[in-house]
Design a binder for this molecule. Structure first.
Ligand code: ATP
Length: 827
């Protein structure tokens, strides 16, 4: 994907007139003067001075205009400190809290440094490359670049994130000045596209640098860096920055500026973020989550799990229980379009709950998220900080809650304290805690697909515990896995074949790009590698494996159809565009609150809106319609097209009904099961229960056999009557018409003698393959005067030929065949 981020380019078709040419030359001269002046001002900038607004900085007029248009005027702390240094060409290692505006801190310098170097147009080649660990984040950066640079700059920018046409991307490569992409995709093009020329690259930016530099991306980043010119400016940004010398030497940073905005502050997370934890044993987690959702239906909630399978299971099971709030899910195993769709919709919705893996943990700027809930404990404090950073962004309020198993509490709290994360314990109000265990059990019992998904989710969760590197926090022996399986509604604890190898090695394999693994290694656990590279690996693995189980196919289908329908339903809700959600915080604790802690009054002290006044953004509490079917145990929930279709099929509906049973009524007219009123002695006199059952089955079998004989005789009689009537009619017709067949005007064959026209709509036609009593010859193909039987879908020509009396019968399949046959017989 490549496009010019500037507006109003010359199309090149019309020859510029002389005055236009002169105007252009004059503009260029003016630009040159501007650029020279800017250059002087930039060099004179004092990076230590405190600039408060973008207009204080020496920025070009296209950038100033873009910033103004996007309503960015005041600088955030990280922007105040990073932009001047970056404008002067320094390498930067920047760390600032989540939501503090790091994106602009590198987007503005990219635009300005390339502008001052006049690094624009096709000949200039690629001038800046931004690497992001996830596709969603790359798109978000691209959007910010377009918002700020799109108004006046002439750069051409491209987005390389996978899931798009390789060739189109390769063709666009030669024209790009700024490229934003994920490591795997960039490396792919570097190693395969001859026109990917990086000789002129001036700036490299790594957003979420610590993630880019960790094991999962290590090899890709190292390989990319090998392609880059050594003389370049490098900027690294993250909310949690590693200062490991080894990392910096890999990137060849030159005398970098360390800009850590939250070093001196007392907390690593925004002060507008209220953080709490609740100790909830693993088997109660889903109950607590459900209860939480029930008490927060008028909020925007982001829920984190440790694996894609956990996300899918909880999403699928919760949505069938009609939670009263639109549910969405996001993980690396979804198709690219579904992922982007979800991100976009969740951004726009006012009240919704998104279940996600850590694919949404970093960098994503969802507007107005009220709650971040961590159901599965994050692998470390950094991941915790990134997850909670999806709320309380840019000076807004937000709340975060993490569910900790008793075994995780001590270790995790110590890790968070080390990282300066202020967090307080709260308790679940027992009155508000609901149990959904029996509902989950019921669902898994009725829906084998869900049960299978639950089993996979359980296994992937157990494995994720096993490969955690922090053993002080995660001790797999201390979790009550058996009860957890039960709480998910599973009939028993699934077998977990823990890998025999060292967990450290398993983690290395999980994170390493596929290229570096031998085939046998790839077959090892890839359950919860949920980043984009993990997905690529799995895709390659699937393509390689020609054998897929029926479960694989089942879930592929389910993902594409059932889930897509569900999304379609969500999209059509009205009032989704009001993204500037009013916050509900600030209320004193209400009866609806799950947690027994008072909410905090926001620092701003602004008036809070009445929750009742907030319009519903989904119909009827977001609940799917339920249709009551007479005689059925439960209503039918219409939450998919498939279920809607069920309503049209009587046969399917019958299955939902309870089967009838025989009851006897006593003297008072009360109904009883038949055995309740029987005399025990009489019962025993009839023999043992087994004998009686056998006898009953035999009697009933005999009754059915006799009834069948009767039915057959009756059917035979009816057919005979019909046949006689038809023959009588034919005889009458012959008498009426005489021998004038040729003039009858009837098209098509007419057959003489005992042969007859095959008319599937005639009264006596019994359909292909039906065995009339007239033709009980055993061949089943054709009686003396029965119609030829059509070949069944499972029969080949040979069989049809063997079964038929007449070898030509088997050929009659189409009307043309019939004409030919008639001609043969007549001839
Ligand atoms: N100078 C500014 N004025 C007003 N809003 C700003 C400014 N800078 C950034 N923002 C807004 O703040 C929000 C967070 O910005 P951004 O996504 O860059 O944060 P971040 O530091 O990169 O967060 P994370 O660490 O989670 O990636 C965005 O919605 C952005 O539009």
């Amino acid at each position: 994907m490549s496009r010019t981020i500037a507006s109003g380019q010359n199309s090149g078709r019309t020859r510029p007139t002389k005055p236009k040419k002169q105007q252009r030359l004059q503009k260029r001269k003016r630009d040159d003067v501007d650029i020279e002046e800017l250059e002087v001002q930039v060099q004179q900038l004092d990076p230590k001075a405190t600039h408060t607004s973008f207009s204080d900085l020496p920025l070009s007029s296209p950038t100033q205009s873009g910033l103004k248009h996007a309503s960015f005027s005041a600088l955030t702390d990280i922007q105040t400190r990073a932009i001047p240094a970056a404008l002067q060409g320094k390498d930067i290692l920047g760390a600032a809290k989540t939501g503090s505006g790091k994106t602009l801190a590198f987007v503005v310098p990219i635009l300005e440094n390339l502008y001052r170097a006049q690094h624009v147009g096709q000949d200039a080649g690629l001038g800046a490359m931004v690497i992001s660990p996830t596709r969603e984040l790359a798109i978000q950066i691209y959007e910010v670049l377009r918002k700020v640079g799109g108004r006046g700059h002439q750069f051409s920018a491209g987005l390389f994130i996978g899931g798009k046409d390789h060739k189109a991307e390769r063709d666009a490569l030669g024209r790009m000045n700024i490229l934003i992409g994920t490591p795997g995709r960039i490396l792919h093009h570097l190693s395969s596209a001859p026109n990917f020329d990086l000789d002129n690259l001036q700036m490299l930016v790594l957003d979420e640098a610590d993630r880019c530099m960790d094991m999962g991306f290590q090899k890709d980043i190292d390989a990319i860096i090998d392609y880059l010119p050594p003389k370049r400016q490098t900027l690294l940004f993250s909310a949690t920055q590693s200062k490991r010398v080894s990392d910096l030497s890999r990137l060849a940073l030159k005398d970098p500026e360390y800009i850590a905005v939250h070093d001196k502050s007392h907390a690593a997370t925004p002060k507008t973020l209220q953080q709490n934890y609740v100790v909830t044993p693993l088997p109660d987690k889903l109950d607590t989550l459900w209860s939480f959702i029930q008490s927060s239906k008028k909020a925007k909630i982001l829920v984190f799990f440790s694996s894609a399978k956990q996300v899918r299971f909880v999403f699928e099971s919760f949505r069938h229980m009609q939670p009263g709030i639109p549910l969405q899910h996001l993980h690396g195993r979804q198709k690219q379009t579904a992922r982007l769709d979800t991100v976009q919709k969740f951004s726009q919705m006012k009240h919704a709950c998104l279940f996600s893996t850590d694919v949404a943990a970093r960098g994503l700027d969802f507007p107005a998220v009220d709650w971040v809930v961590q159901v599965d404990c994050p692998e470390d404090a950094d991941t915790y900080i990134h997850r909670v950073g999806r709320t309380a962004r840019y000076e807004r309020d937000g709340r975060a809650i993490i569910f900790l198993d008793p075994s995780e509490e001590k270790g995790m709290l110590a890790r968070l304290e080390q990282k300066k994360v202020p967090i307080e314990r709260i308790n679940v109000r027992p009155k508000k805690q609901q149990s959904i265990k029996s509902q989950l059990q019921d669902q898994c019992f009725k829906d084998p697909q869900l049960k299978y998904l639950g089993q996979k989710a359980f296994i992937s969760y157990a494995k994720s515990l096993r490969v955690q590197k922090d053993r002080e926090v995660f001790d797999v022996q201390k979790y009550n896995l058996g009860e957890y399986a039960e709480s998910m509604g599973l009939p028993g604890q699934p077998n977990i074949k823990f890998l025999k190898s060292d967990p450290e090695e398993v983690r290395r394999r999980k994170n390493a790009p596929r290229i570096q693994l031998s085939d046998s290694e790839v077959d090892l656990d890839e359950e919860h590698a949920d980043d984009d590279e993990g997905v690529e690996r799995r895709k390659a693995k699937t393509e390689k494996d020609s054998v897929r189980t029926k479960y694989d196919r089942m879930f592929e289908r389910k993902n594409q159809d059932v889930f897509a329908d569900h999304y379609a339903k969500i999209i059509h809700d009205g009032e989704r565009n009001d993204v500037d959600a009013s916050r509900l915080d600030g209320e004193q604790v209400s009866d609806n609150e799950l947690f027994g802690v008072k909410r905090r009054i926001p620092a701003s002290g602004e008036d809070m809106p009445n929750p009742e006044a907030i319009p519903k953004s989904y119909t009827e509490d977001g609940q799917a319609r339920t249709i009551h079917i007479p005689g059925a145990k439960e209503g039918l929930v219409l939450d998919s097209k498939r279920r809607e279709k069920l309503l049209k099929s009587k046969k399917q509906l019958l299955k939902l009904k309870e089967s009838g049973k025989k009851l006897v009524f006593d003297d008072d007219g009360q109904a009883h099961e038949i055995y309740e009123l029987g005399d025990e002695d009489e019962f025993r006199a009839r023999g043992t229960a087994d004998d009686q059952r056998r006898q009953f089955v035999e009697n009933e079998g005999e009754r059915v056999r006799l009834a069948d004989i009767e039915d057959k005789a009756l059917a035979k009689q009816k057919r005979k009557e019909k046949k006689d009537k038809r023959k009588a009619r034919e005889r009458e017709a012959e008498v009426d018409d005489g021998d004038d067949d040729d003039d009858s005007g009837v098209e098509g064959p007419t057959l003489g003698g005992n042969e007859k026209v095959i008319d599937p709509f005639a009264d006596d036609y019994e359909g292909p393959g039906s065995q009339s009593s007239d033709s009980e010859s055993g061949t089943g193909e054709r009686g003396d005067d029965g119609p030829p039987r059509k070949k069944k879908w499972f029969e080949n020509d040979k069989r049809a030929g063997r079964d038929g009396d007449n070898e030509h019968d088997k050929e009659i399949e189409t009307f043309d065949d019939l004409e030919a046959e008639a001609a043969r017989l007549l001839g």
